[in-house]
Design a protein around this ligand. Structure first.
Ligand code: CP
Length: 306
């Protein structure tokens, strides 16, 4: 994977996904052992985080991942950069490239922005989310979290619930999960499902109760209020009643069902506070695992996994 840009998980084979997960186990041990976490794998490498959209988890964990591996990492805040003066994406990328960086981790509202970047500059490009298209590192950390908690991936059933139409997480998870032998179900209001159904083998449910019956994992998606057009669901109250994951709903699922949410959450809308903090919730693990998985991705693509 040395030198490979990571723009979408659908470009990863099952073997490459396995390689990332195996490396992440090693890095998670290093993060958790306490004391000095700093390694020298990427000493002398420079990474720029270029985020055109807000982020807490992805941006911070990529920054920490690069620093733990010994790289120099700079995060550009789009609001205080020359982007606000109207500099184009191409010019911004070329400007960063000219400073001698080895990788650009980027988030952009336009689908295909990361692929575009691979065509205009030479550094490794890691897609940290492009519109509703892809969020590959999120899919990898979701797989890692499931495997850690369930002990396997193949054969598990997952219900992905909510705003699938606007979700790069759903689009990335479905490729990653099916590639690793998992069964994926989608559940949501019809208006929040993709209009042109592009996923082979995914079962679609309009009843949440049916969708979560017998599954091993429920991945609750954030309702992306910032990307919504009006009228896609009757009201937030109605959404919470029909598709919200709360204690009552959880009782319909298996006792050991695992709860995921990529964050940030709209509490009381797609998920209740009680479910977020219940025993089956792995939401906190997802955040911690994000650092280990992103260390694995950076080490494999920039350091050759040495
Ligand atoms: N899951 C996720 O992408 O979260 P952030 O927007 O906080 O990075």
């Amino acid at each position: 994977m040395f030198g490979k840009s990571v723009t979408a998980i659908k470009n990863f084979s099952a073997e490459e996904i396995r390689t990332v997960l195996d490396a992440a186990y090693k890095f998670k041990q290093i993060i958790r052992r306490g004391g000095n976490k700093k390694l020298s794998n990427l000493r002398g490498k420079a990474i720029v985080n270029l985020f055109y959209e807000p982020s807490t988890r992805t941006r911070t964990s990529f920054e920490l991942a690069g620093k733990y591996l010994g790289a120099d990492v700079v995060s550009i805040n789009s609001g205080t950069s020359s982007i606000v003066k109207g500099e184009s994406l191409r010019d911004t990328l070329r400007t960063i490239e000219a400073m001698g960086v080895d990788a650009i981790v980027m988030r952009h509202k336009a689908e295909g922005a990361a692929d575009f970047a691979t065509q205009v500059v030479k550094p490794v490009i890691i897609n940290a989310g492009d519109g509703a298209h892809a969020h590959p590192s999120q899919a990898l950390l979701d797989l890692f979290t499931i495997e850690q908690r369930k002990g396997r991936l193949a054969g598990l059933k997952v219900a992905i619930v909510g705003d699938i139409l606007h979700s790069r997480v759903a689009r990335s998870d479905v490729y990653a999960m099916t590639r690793m032998g998992m069964e994926v179900r989608f559940a949501g209001f019809k208006t929040l499902l993709p209009r042109f159904f592009e996923f082979d083998g995914v079962k679609v449910y309009e009843s949440l109760d049916e969708a979560i019956s017998g599954v091993d994992v429920i991945n609750v998606l954030r309702i992306q209020l910032e990307r919504q057009q009006a009228g896609l669901f009757p009201s937030t109250r109605e959404y919470a009643r029909v598709f919200g994951i709360n204690d009552e709903r959880l009782r319909l699922a298996a006792d050991d069902v695992l709860i995921l949410h990529p964050g940030p959450q709209n509490k009381g809308l797609e998920i209740s506070s009680a479910v977020t903090y219940c025993e089956q919730s792995a939401i906190h693990d997802q955040v911690q695992n994000g650092v280990a998985v992103r260390m694995a991705l950076l080490d494999l693509t920039l350091g050759g996994g040495a």
